[in-house]
Design a binder for this molecule. Sequence first.
Ligand SMILES: C[S@@+](CC[C@H](N)C(=O)[O-])C[C@H]1O[C@@H](n2cnc3c(N)ncnc32)[C@H](O)[C@@H]1O
Length: 200
Amino acid sequence: MWFLKWTEIIVKEFGHPTRSVAGWLISKLLTVCNRVLEENTVQLCGIRPEDTVLELGHGPGHGLQSAAKLLTEPRGRLIGVDYSAYMHQMASDRMKDFVASGKVTLYHCDVEAMPLADSVVDKVFHCNCYYFWSDLEKGATEIHRVMKPGGLMVTTLRLSNWPQEPYMTALRDSGFTDVRMEDKQHKNITFQAIYATASK
Ligand SMILES: C[S@@+](CC[C@H](N)C(=O)[O-])C[C@H]1O[C@@H](n2cnc3c(N)ncnc32)[C@H](O)[C@@H]1O
């Protein structure tokens, strides 16, 4: 019985880590297990030094750290959103120098309602995140709204048996084109990458 209760708590915490023992454990697990995935995802985006880049559901912030280093032009900007207050705080601490300089802006908000203007983002990436969205189409439409025409989004996941079709369909229905998935391997990790272009 206690085992089932803990399994339920852990699954819930993966989707929305809270400031708690379980949330702290999840943050450690995400760091150990997903850091390489986050770094690989950043590489797949083909970030240019002057780009405006957005990470969705950044968790502890390791992907933000990798992306920020590539935005070496003064115009280059990085935005992160996560609806977990605990993850927002953890990432804000990790990125505090970049945030103070104005290079990075982090929002505590839902992917489905981001405080961003239309057509401002060149590249979007997210890892292990869309499974938790309450409405895939609403999320996809909101991302499409904030992206510049021709902008690229890279989604990565490490759950090959998780259904990808509903997500890919939501992307196509929201105006993304060239939506395709590739299997990837990096050292000992296997993951899937979904690419999508924001056509407008
Ligand atoms: C499984 S964790 C993955 C964290 C990180 N991307 C990684 O791979 O280590 C999912 C993250 O997405 C965030 N998240 C899930 N759904 C969200 C939504 N609708 N809006 C904003 N953040 C969301 C959660 O709070 C959590 O930090």
